[in-house]
Design a protein around this ligand. Sequence first.
Ligand code: G3D
Length: 168
Amino acid sequence: MGCLASKNSEGDEGKTRKKVVMVGLDNAGKTSILNRVRTQHFMPSAPTVGLNIETITFGNLELLIFDIGGRARSLWSHYYENLDALIFVVDSTDRSRLLNVREEFIKLNDELRYKNSVVLVLFNKQDAIEELVDYSDLLEECGVNEVLELDTIVQKCSAKNGDGLIEG
Ligand code: G3D
């Protein structure tokens, strides 16, 4: 996969290409986020079997995004060669799996330690979060700030209404 995009490579029209891999547990909303950014619409999505590959352009930046199905966890690291950024999507409404998310962060430390890539953690489905749930509790329960030892940005978002995605 490294042949498809290398760090800071120049595209055909002077665009800077970046390789971005999007991972997360199944049902976190990875495909919905991709669809929302690509089409500006929230659309029904079938579970990702294997891999979706999309190219998204922001100004002079061309992002080649690999959306890897959450059930294919053992495959994730095969796509980390020449990685510029990793997006990890968390389902903010599924607190029962935040401990699983924490375990994935621990694995990411080893897998990305020497890759010199940025990690963006998107806390998705903010539109559906219960009013009594505190965002800071979600951060603490999955340990994003203590466990992840990488260059990390945290952003809350919603694929449904689009909030937070462009910021991320
Ligand atoms: P995945 O690609 O990470 O597996 P999907 O996840 O994009 O397939 O989304 C899984 C489910 O979550 C879908 O619901 C989708 O509509 C829903 N979803 C994704 N993002 C959001 C969001 O921001 N807000 C809300 N409320 N729901 C979201 P279904 O019912 O089709 O399984």
